[in-house]
Ligand binder design. Structure first.
Ligand SMILES: [Zn+2]
Length: 430
């Protein structure tokens, strides 16, 4: 039993607790939550003294290609299409499976030390990503990205199905799976439908890029009788509860209505959309319309940081500036998107994303005593507008400490970064 005592607790499940006690059982589940003094701490519990800290659910990154940590910074300042076609696709063609292990492990080190306990991934060699997630002690929703440009598209679809069958519930339940048609513009209709048929057969959700750039939307309208990617995927039956639509930058009122009505979730990835010059997603309008929204970073070669603190802050800033409305996307909404709503978007709402008895103890403890966080009139505002990954003091997944004082507990970060440096040179300088 672990007793975390004295922190400002953002349960994301009800009112905050100014000085709380959270008990974590030996089974890795949250056993009790309440005000300090109101929760009986059993004798023998390991106590974590957390006054001066905020305790919140571990952050959930809803869109990532973690293995791309190998290509961080490569092709900087190119627009999406040239970045992909001139730099990323040729480098990825040289990827070996063990590259993805080390890339994902390095990304996991960055995420865990910054308080991110769970991420949704879409990449290749996902067996190796799963091995890295297991070794790191993280939680993840993994999917093998599928594009028909690949000459072996049919074999890759079979591989993706096999991956879902073998890894659903793996790593002691920390790994779940999705089927991932990369996007409308990389998957022609028969392939999209084949992938969807497999997803339905397996009972697994879809993870797909949607309306990331204006060019993508125009291409979809040209290819599909004037239909936007949202309308097209909706008409094919791919938007439904459980579907995770990454980006949704260039969506109009009709698209937003379809997203809401379908029950699909949106991963809003503001840093990637900024860096790749894709545009600014109408996040405040998605919120007002009632869409399910989580936050993501996109891959470490697109953003290039995997910090969910920067992601929350940027999402808030962009919505406020673009709408000339300081009330757009309040801090508490951004925290909810980064925790509870993100977990819901990944089908993990009954598992993590809130601090409530019975849920898995995926927790993030933030030290509020640094100068940029003091004095602290409003904890949610301090966390969203000023906190950084370096303020994260301690992180648990399934009740197991996985990072402390800026260092992942189960990853040899130095070795992982050295492996990535060597491998990146091979990928970009053949
Ligand atoms: Zn992406």
């Amino acid at each position: 039993m672990i007793a975390i005592e004295g922190a400002y607790v953002l349960t994301m499940d009800g009112p905050d607790i100014a000085a709380g006690t959270v008990l974590v059982g030996d089974d890795g589940a949250i056993a009790a939550v309440g005000a300090q003094g109101a929760v009986a701490v059993p004798p023998g519990a390991t106590t974590v003294r957390a006054a001066g800290h905020a305790l919140l659910p571990g952050l959930v990154n809803c869109h990532n290609h973690a293995g791309m940590a190998l290509l961080r910074g490569y092709g900087a300042d190119l627009p999406l299409r040239r970045w992909l076609e001139d730099r990323i696709f040729p480098a990825e063609a040289r990827l070996r499976s063990d590259d993805v292990y080390w890339g994902t492990l390095a990304a996991a080190a960055e995420m865990l030390r910054g308080g991110t306990t769970c991420f949704a991934d879409m990449y290749f060699f996902e067996d190796e990503a799963a091995r890295a997630v297991d070794d790191a002690g993280m939680r993840a929703v993994l999917s093998r990205g599928l594009v028909v440009l690949d000459p072996a598209a049919a074999a890759k679809l079979a591989e993706a199905e096999d991956f879902c069958r073998r890894h659903q519930g793996a790593a002691g339940g920390r790994i779940t799976t999705m089927m991932a048609p990369h996007a409308e513009y990389t998957c022609p209709e028969p392939y999209l439908l084949e992938i969807d048929a497999v997803a339905r057969r397996l009972g697994r959700p879809l993870h797909v890029h949607v309306a990331e750039t204006a060019a993508e939307v125009q291409g979809s309208r040209d290819r599909h009788e004037g239909r936007s990617p949202v309308r097209y995927l909706h008409d094919l039956g791919l938007l439904r509860p459980g579907t995770l639509a990454a980006h949704c930058v260039h969506v109009d009122a009709d698209d937003i209505a379809l997203l809401v009505a379908s029950g699909a979730a949106v991963s809003h990835n503001p840093a990637s959309n900024c860096k790749l010059g894709s545009g600014v997603a109408p996040a405040a309008r998605l919120l007002t319309a009632g869409a399910h929204v989580g936050l993501g970073t996109d891959g470490p070669a697109s953003t290039d940081s995997l910090s969910m603190w920067e992601t929350m802050r940027l999402a808030g800033w962009l919505a406020k500036a673009a709408g000339q409305d300081a009330a757009a996307l309040p801090a508490r909404t951004l925290l909810r998107w980064a925790t509870r709503d993100g977990a819901d978007a990944l089908g993990l709402g009954g598992v993590c994303g809130r601090i409530a008895p019975g849920l898995r103890a995926d927790l993030c403890l933030v030290d509020l005593r640094a100068p940029h966080l003091q004095p602290c009139a409003d904890v949610p505002a301090a966390l969203v507008y000023a906190a950084t990954a370096d303020d994260v003091a301690k992180v648990w997944v399934d009740g197991v400490p996985v990072a402390e004082g800026g260092a992942p507990s189960r990853i040899d970060t130095g070795r992982a970064l050295a492996e990535c440096a060597v491998r990146m040179r091979r990928l970009i300088e053949p």
